[in-house]
Design a binder for this molecule. Sequence first.
Ligand SMILES: [Mn+2]
Length: 340
Amino acid sequence: MNGLKVLVRRMSQTKKWEPLARVGILGVPFEKGQKKYGVSVAPAALRCAGLVEQLRQIEGLDVKDFGDVDTPKSPPSARVDNMEHLEQVSACAQALSVRVAEVLRDDRVVITIGGDHSIGVGSVDGHYKVNEDMILIWVDAHADINTNETSDSGSVHGMPVALLCRELSDYWPYLPTMDWQVPRFSIKNLGYIGLRSVDSYERLAIEKYNIPTFAMEDVDTHGIKSSVQHVLQQLDPRGEKPIHVSFDIDSLDALEAPSTGTPVRGGLTLREGINMMETIYATGRLRAVDLVEINPAIGTDTDRRHTIDAGLSILKAALGAPRRGTAPKGVLDLPKPTTA
Ligand SMILES: [Mn+2]
């Protein structure tokens, strides 16, 4: 190793991470990665609910809304190789990848508002092109690591992780419209939190590649904070890599976030979701957050409001919003409990 390389390595070892006080928002009104109507209106619904204004209330945060990514207007294409609307999914992800890289190069944390989870292909691809050493935390009730062969539904929102990871590229046929996307992200840099509905093939993949996974029962055992810290520690023991969180709203319990296409009970509470994001924010290394699968067309007005509010709370926690309001730090001076 030459002297320059040693110097660069030493510098990266001593690099002190701090949260970026600049954020860029991208909307992705896209829903062809799954079958239900409505996910594509989530970016508009979140903006109407005060997304930008609420983030601007976080002290010192510079918030820029970059608007929506161009989504393909072509009529839905036929199912190819058990992948529905692959052409549109691919075109959308490609456009998103370019925009995500632009926002990151503008020295901002990129917040990508989906859309269904197929857009993760674009956001992670764009992030990887800027930070090749990134790690990815996939927060979800589902593992989203099916291939076209193992998927029952043919919906691409169940396949983004398998499309992204280079170790899984041999399991795919040649996908002509995906030429732009070379899967170079390594599965060794992936961790899961919140899983509770995993297909048998997906379980095989998680075991084969030893993916750090904190399913709901593990979160019950260890608590959310140490679950997150374990995943971070396993993926990046020295704490020197940029973090991408792909947050599916269905990771939250269906009571807290009912307006979503594939809800599963027994999920994270909103407080656990907030705690997780605060823990990741505190590393100073969070550079990208996807918030996907909010479907305002599902459920009652109250369901919709709860789901959107939950999403906003997750984003605020990811960007350093304090939860205690004006309450003082520390524990109140409580009287000692009396023993009988
Ligand atoms: Mn998902």
